[in-house]
Design a protein around this ligand. Structure first.
Ligand code: GLN
Length: 275
């Protein structure tokens, strides 16, 4: 039986767990590196990517930086959330050897799906407002722009056309995309298949124009449409939140990737940073 891990440090992991339950698949909340050993696929939910990356460090899920900042941050989080961070949780400034941490998991070729903040976390590069600082897992050959559509107030829902989803899962071409302070994908590598794009709302264009960050401004203002869903081998990325809708086709699409992937191994290029 397929078991799907859902990274459960922060964000909309409960909703992904519920979606998996509804399609009859066993979901496991992942908080420790060693739990990854028992799962066949992994979902990284939406939330806040910087916070998620810092928590992943605390839980030894990415290679920890030997930084006092992170050490202090982990202790503060542990105090606030009252979580125990003993050695069995992997909280130590080691390199996590022996644990199939997130990057190692991606490089096994097992399917990994990042939604929104999860997509940012999985990208090879993140740019844009409030970017920088957090480490990325990497593997998905694309450049994402964090908070592309503006602030929380500019969150929106829109009908996306996703022919691939209809082809594989049946139902209409249309899918209701829920975008919450969402990223957009600005560039993809040659092995990345574009599954959906969407027009840049006028609101977004206006707010981007007011951002004073040189080159990026010109590039963003001139684009009419941006990519919002991609697939590369066993990696899936969506800038929106399928787990917040009643349409479960993205979850079953992801599970089919698992079946297809049995003897394919992904060429993963993990990266360690944003611009
Ligand atoms: N803007 C968030 C970030 O940068 C992502 C938002 C989301 O996951 N809904 O991490």
């Amino acid at each position: 039986m397929t078991t799907v891990g859902v990274l459960a440090l922060q964000g909309s992991f409960n909703e992904h767990m519920a979606a998996l339950r509804r399609i009859g698949v066993k979901g496991v909340e992942i908080r420790k590196a060693e739990q990854l050993q028992a799962v066949d696929a992994l979902i990284i939910p939406g939330g806040e990517s910087t916070t998620m990356a810092k928590l992943a460090h605390c839980h030894n899920l990415v290679r920890p930086l030997l930084s006092v900042d992170y050490h202090l941050f982990c202790i503060m989080v542990a105090i606030v959330l009252e979580i125990g961070l003993g050695e069995s949780d992997g909280f130590e400034l080691s390199d996590g050897l022996g644990f199939p941490a997130l990057r190692e998991f991606v490089s096994t070729g097992k399917p990994v799906w990042g939604t929104c903040a999860g997509l940012i976390f999985l990208a090879n590069k993140a740019i844009g407002q409030k970017s920088g600082g957090q480490e990325l897992i990497g593997g998905l050959d694309c450049i994402v722009n964090r908070n592309f559509f503006g602030s929380q107030l500019q969150s929106f829902e829109t009908e996306l056309s996703v022919p691939k989803l209809a082809e594989e899962e049946g139902g209409p071409n249309g899918f209701r995309g829920v975008f919450i302070r969402a990223p957009a994908i600005l560039e993809v590598g040659p092995d990345v298949e574009i599954l959906a794009d969407c027009p840049v709302p006028l609101e977004t264009k206006k707010s981007i124009m007011s951002v004073d960050n040189g080159q990026e401004e010109e590039m963003l203002v001139s684009c009419e449409r941006v990519i919002v869903a991609v697939r590369q081998g066993n990696l899936l990325g969506t800038a929106f939140h399928p787990e917040l809708t009643s349409d479960l086709r993205w979850h079953s699409f992801f599970l089919k990737m698992k079946k297809d992937s049995s003897d394919r191994s992904l060429q993963c290029v993990p990266t360690s940073g944003t611009d």
